[in-house]
Write a protein that binds this ligand. Structure first.
Ligand code: 5GP
Length: 232
């Protein structure tokens, strides 16, 4: 199989394959934060994030959510449907943390009922600003299907993590369209793009450990992968 690099992202590398309708995504042993200002290379991280994403995408697929995932030709690489990725990050929040706490008077830990869905521009050069739904529409993107899909994903993932004794605080999704304009969930689903707190709120198992210098992310991500394997 050919392995021509198409794009090198911060923590994933995209390759073309012999099939023009597919791409390979290799998860690197790398973690970044602060728009690339913090960077480390934790051994084994790529494989854990790839395996967890594959497991969760398969779970979502089995519950009628279409994703770009096809299979894993190796432990750190996913074969995916080639899509045109919408330039927005879709964030779903169940509990207040991170940017919503920094930019509003809502305090960390506040239960967000019902959960909210927000849009951020996917553009590091502009620091990924928060968008209004009107601005997203002006960008030519239909917001309703993205909001509905994000809520569906939340409705499936929140109870799954609860079985593991974990609160799904928030998460980021990316979406893409195939040649027919059909919508698919894309990118990644791992503790790199979600916040995961123990139910008693004494432990965190996500990238905030790295962002705040509070612990070993590989060990924390392994705990989540092991817990999920009991239920998926
Ligand atoms: P916040 O808006 O609070 O910074 O992030 C909300 C959620 O989306 C968190 O789980 C965070 O990890 C995820 N998230 C937001 N932006 C990004 C991003 O650019 N990359 C990744 N991997 N996750 C993000």
């Amino acid at each position: 199989m050919g392995m021509n690099e198409i794009l090198k992202g911060k923590v994933k590398t995209l390759f073309e394959t012999d099939n023009p309708e597919e791409v390979l995504i290799r998860y690197e042993d790398c973690v970044t934060a602060g728009n690339g200002q913090m960077i480390e290379y934790p051994k084994g991280k790529g494989t854990i994030c790839c395996l967890m994403t594959a497991m969760l995408f398969e779970y979502l697929e089995s519950n009628s959510i279409r994703t770009h995932f096809i299979d894993c030709p190796s432990l750190d690489t996913m074969r995916c449907k080639k899509l045109k990725i919408a330039p927005v990050e879709v964030i779903c929040r169940n509990i207040a943390a991170g940017s919503i706490v920094k930019t509003t008077n809502i305090t960390e830990g506040f239960l967000i009922q019902p959960p909210i869905v927000e849009f951020f521009l996917k553009d590091d050069s502009k620091n990924d600003p928060l968008l209004t739904p009107d601005r997203v529409r002006l960008m030519g993107i239909h917001t309703e299907p993205l909001i509905e899909k994000a809520r569906n994903v939340n409705d499936l993932l929140q109870p799954l993590f609860l079985l593991c004794g974990i609160d799904l605080v928030d998460f980021k999704l990316e979406f893409g369209y195939d040649a027919h304009g059909d919508l698919f969930l894309a990118d990644e689903l791992s503790p790199d793009n979600m916040r995961l707190w123990s139910k008693d709120r004494t432990e965190r198992f996500d990238k905030d450990l790295f962002r705040k210098g509070e612990g070993d992310i590989v060990e924390a991500y392994k705990v989540i992968l092991t817990k999920l394997r009991q239920f998926v």
